[in-house]
Design a protein around this ligand. Structure first.
Ligand code: PLP
Length: 387
């Protein structure tokens, strides 16, 4: 057993050795600016274009539709602000009540700037209210932005249904695919692919480096840049490229594509299911949030009734086990996650919600270790809290 069990892969993943190896030359000898006209610069430029092809292949897009950014948050901000800027007469923005803070807080800012923001609700399992979405889309809708996979629960939205609806109503759609990319097959191709205009991804969620992401911008979709400066990235993202990170992201895409094609991810699902079943069997106060919905293969969000997630996470950490919670500690009181709140989860279960997110680097032995250790830790915690 490794000293550390890492079950926090929705926060970030371990970069593949191949990714790190591919990046190193660009941190050392291949340092030329890819915009320079000399051969040194142009050979670096070529490597960015190879990475663009690797990214496009993962999404079944064309390379011209890929814009490199500094990560998921920037892609999301570019997509949303970039689209709204080209449609200033439309004043309604539609999203959901369970988005990652990069969309949620931007939506709050847009509201302050005068936009009407509609946050579509979810049911108890975290599934989107598709009827409400259909009702809300109207002549004033500038953009619909929804997540593909939820970072806290792993619940998947039915993106085909969403995209079909948006297309039917002639409204542009942005998908936050940060937790989905590299973990499930994606096809945004023009002919039979998902009819989405904008889609955000981040490399570090699928074994690539941090601080690099991409925005898919469908051909003929017009958006405005956030940054003005050089002419990089078809003038949609000015600034000298983070070449090493972009190259690393390309390699991570190649590996994700192979792993997806080879069914390697089914192994992750088996481990997640084993962890879930093991914990539920041993603990009567445990409940899986979103367990009744379609979920991404690697995530489980388990509420331990009557306990505090922070205390559980500390105990786990002391025992070398890394997990997360959606709760944020604000002014001394623990606020349950907005995601679980929107699902209508009772505070007693939401406060004790722990997210375990796995990857292909995890093993059955690690799962069995956590299943063996956690019940005892929680018994101690329960005894302490009743003392
Ligand atoms: N969207 C989702 C669903 C996420 O889980 C995250 C990161 O956790 C982001 C966006 C933001 O990505 P980044 O941290 O790479 O900016």
């Amino acid at each position: 057993m490794a000293e550390r069990v890492y079950f926090d892969n929705n926060a970030t993943t371990r970069p593949l050795d191949e990714v790190v190896a591919a990046m190193l030359p660009f941190l050392r000898e291949e340092y030329a600016n890819p915009s320079s006209v000399h051969q040194f610069g142009q050979s670096v430029h070529h490597c960015i274009e190879v990475a663009r092809e690797q990214l496009a292949a993962l999404l079944n897009a064309t390379p011209r539709e890929i814009i490199f950014t500094s990560g998921g948050t920037e892609s999301i901000n570019l997509a949303i602000r970039g689209m709204l800027a080209t449609r200033p007469e439309k004043r309604q923005f539609i999203t959901s009540a369970v988005e990652h803070s990069s969309v949620k807080r931007l939506a709050d800012a847009l509201e302050e700037e005068g936009y009407r923001v509609d946050r579509i609700g979810v049911d108890r399992e975290g599934r989107l209210d598709y009827d409400e979405l259909a009702d809300r889309i109207g002549a004033d809708t500038a953009l619909v932005s929804l997540m593909w996979a939820n970072n806290e629960t792993g619940v998947l939205f039915d993106v085909e249904r969403i995209a079909a609806l948006a297309q039917q109503r002639g409204v542009p759609l942005h998908l936050d695919a940060v937790q989905a990319a590299g973990k499930l097959p994606m096809d945004v191709s023009a002919v039979r692919g998902l009819p989405v205009q904008l889609l955000s991804i981040a490399a570090h969620k699928f074994h690539g480096p941090k601080g690099v992401g991409a925005l898919f911008v469908r051909r003929r979709t017009r958006i405005a840049p956030l940054l003005y400066g050089g002419r990089q990235e078809r003038e949609l993202r000015a600034g000298t490229e983070n070449v090493a990170a972009i190259v690393g992201m390309g390699v991570a895409c190649e590996h994700a594509r192979t792993a997806l094609a080879g069914g390697e991810y089914q192994q992750v699902r088996r481990l997640r299911d084993r962890l879930e079943a093991g914990l539920l069997e041993r603990m009567s106060n445990a409940h899986v949030h979103g367990g009744g919905a379609e979920r991404i293969i690697n995530t489980t969000n388990i509420g331990f009734e009557g306990l505090e997630a922070e205390a559980i996470l500390l105990l786990l950490s002391e025992n070398g086990i890394c997990a997360s919670s959606g709760s944020a500690c604000s002014s001394g009181s623990l606020e349950p996650s907005h995601v679980l709140k929107a699902m209508g989860i009772e505070p007693s279960s939401a406060h004790g919600a722990v997210r375990f997110s796995l990857s292909r680097f995890n093993t059955e032995a690690e799962v069995d270790h956590v299943v063996a250790v956690l019940p005892g830790l929680l018994e101690r915690l329960t005894a302490l809290s009743h003392a």
